[in-house]
Design a protein around this ligand. Structure first.
Ligand code: ZN
Ligand code: MN
Length: 487
């Protein structure tokens, strides 16, 4: 990631402190406290029952899969797992919250004190510390008619399980905040617990930003930037907020603690509400839900489900497969492409393989507007193709042709080479004959070249020989032969 110009460059005496709370929607089969289907649903108030729509009487029952996913996230972020934790009620009124309280974990979260490693643009690894991860339920959605006359409440989302992942204020600029969010999003996708879809609100970040003079003992007053749904907008909003807060302090004003919204049209943040204090919510332990007791055996069972994590795969791709960090980074962010590469690599150790994957495979998918899964060329077929080029069986030009055919048809690359007659001609005797012919057919050009030694003209002879061989000549061999003839 390139370092972008920041308002902090202009105010060297200030420093920024950024902490982020992320809400991750879990892809469990059912909701957190009832058996309702936990899947997006177009028809409003379809996936609801008396528990998640707040009827009096029915009791919540905790979905064990949510606890498993919370433990998995905790292990993947180096957290301690609490042997005993419980749920609290957080009280507030909003039409999309039918019980008038949200069930969450305030006093004793399931995970605490971990970290997420992020890679900065200079290649350094920084650990962003996590304060806690807790489980909670999502609220429903309020929908407003375009003319503003009517409002509706859709409770399909009510009771969707969430993990709230809270970092320490360890980030000191917009680039670090974005790197952290990207790393965390990739992590939950690797774990298979969240789609990471920001536009649909499956991964939502609340960013707390404050500034202070360097060396000041206390943190500045923070503002919370709520639910911004793209990395770019989050970066822009942080920059805007730093400028606004520094401006206030420079004028001798104070920053007031509040929640602010980012307006993508005006590219400004605007105050939404003053931030509530913890005490305002009148938290207390939910008497309807039992204590959550997690022993080592449970943790051990979940630990077995841990996949290779993004930063681990990154390190392995660099050390074992000899990839450059920039190459490994592209693969790590695209799990299917990384798998494709690794499957091909189990057949060939060619250093050229990665170029074929990142250049030719990606370009082909883009051109044809298809997904990797639809590509007819199997990983081992690409490996065969790369080996044929490396071994001099076909030259690069023919390889492009073979690639296209195999990508479109899934035919065996060796078969395609035979069928179309693309084998490279490397035989010196055979090529010598053709080079001689070209020389005698173009005697005036030969004379001209001997006088000027013009590079372009040399290319003319290479082209002429290639043409006679249907593009199959080994370029290294013919260049040597032509040089000899032109002396
Ligand atoms: Zn329900
Ligand atoms: Mn929350």
């Amino acid at each position: 990631m390139a370092t972008t110009a920041s308002v902090l460059d202009r105010y060297a005496e200030y420093e920024a402190t950024i902490g982020i709370e992320v809400h991750v929607q879990l892809m469990t089969k059912s909701k957190i406290f009832c058996a309702c289907d936990n899947a997006p649903c177009q028809e409003p108030n379809r996936n609801i029952c008396d528990v998640c729509s707040g009827y009096p009487g029915p009791l919540p029952v905790l979905n064990k899969q949510v606890v498993d996913y919370a433990i998995l996230a905790g292990l993947a972020t180096n957290c301690s797992i609490s042997p005993r934790s419980y749920f609290d009620r957080k009280h507030y009124f909003y039409p999309d919250l039918p019980k008038n309280y949200q069930i969450t974990q305030q006093m004793e979260p399931i995970c605490h004190e971990g970290f997420v490693p992020i890679r900065l643009d200079d290649g350094q690894i920084k650990k962003v510390r996590l304060m806690r991860i807790h489980m909670e339920e999502d609220a429903g959605k309020n929908l407003h008619s375009p003319d503003g006359d009517e409002s509706f409440v859709d409770l399909n989302r009510t009771g969707t399980p969430l993990l709230e992942i809270v970092s320490y204020p360890d980030m000191c600029n917009a680039d670090e905040a974005k790197a952290y969010l990207k790393a965390l999003r990739l992590l939950v996708r690797y774990l298979g617990i969240c789609s990471g879809n920001m536009e649909e609100g499956a991964f939502r970040a609340d960013t707390n930003v404050s500034v202070r003079k360097k060396g000041a003992a206390e943190l500045g007053t923070r503002c919370e930037l709520k639910n911004i749904n793209s990395f770019k907008f989050i970066g822009d909003a942080i920059e805007y907020e730093l400028e606004r807060q520094i401006g206030l302090l420079e004028r001798g004003d104070r920053v007031s603690q509040e929640t602010r919204l980012w307006n993508t049209r005006t590219r400004e943040t605007a105050a939404m509400r003053s931030k509530e204090e913890v005490a305002d919510y009148r938290y207390f332990e939910d008497p309807d839900l039992p204590l959550i007791e997690i022993n080592d055996e449970w943790i051990g069972r979940v630990r077995k489900l841990l996949p290779e994590l993004p930063h681990e795969r990154f390190n392995r791709l660099c050390s074992e497969c000899g990839l450059e960090p920039s190459e490994a980074e592209i693969l790590v962010e695209d799990v299917e492409l990384a798998n494709y590469f690794e499957q091909a690599r189990s057949t060939t150790k060619s250093r050229n393989l990665i170029n074929w994957v990142l250049r030719d495979v990606m370009a082909f998918l883009k051109e044809e507007k298809i997904e990797l899964i639809e590509l007819k060329m199997q990983p081992d077929q690409l490996a065969t193709l790369v080996d044929m080029v490396d071994g001099g069986v076909i030259n690069n030009r023919a390889a492009q042709e073979v690639f296209k055919t195999v990508a479109q048809t899934g035919k065996d690359p060796r078969g395609v080479v035979k069928e179309v007659g693309l084998e490279q001609i490397s035989s010196v005797d055979e090529l010598e004959k053709i080079v001689s012919e070209v020389m005698s057919e173009n005697s005036s050009q030969v004379e001209a070249y001997r006088q000027t030694r013009n590079e372009r003209m040399f290319g003319f002879f290479v082209g002429a020989v290639m043409k006679k061989t249907g593009g199959r000549a080994n370029p290294t061999v013919i260049k040597e032969l032509i040089k000899k003839h032109l002396q």
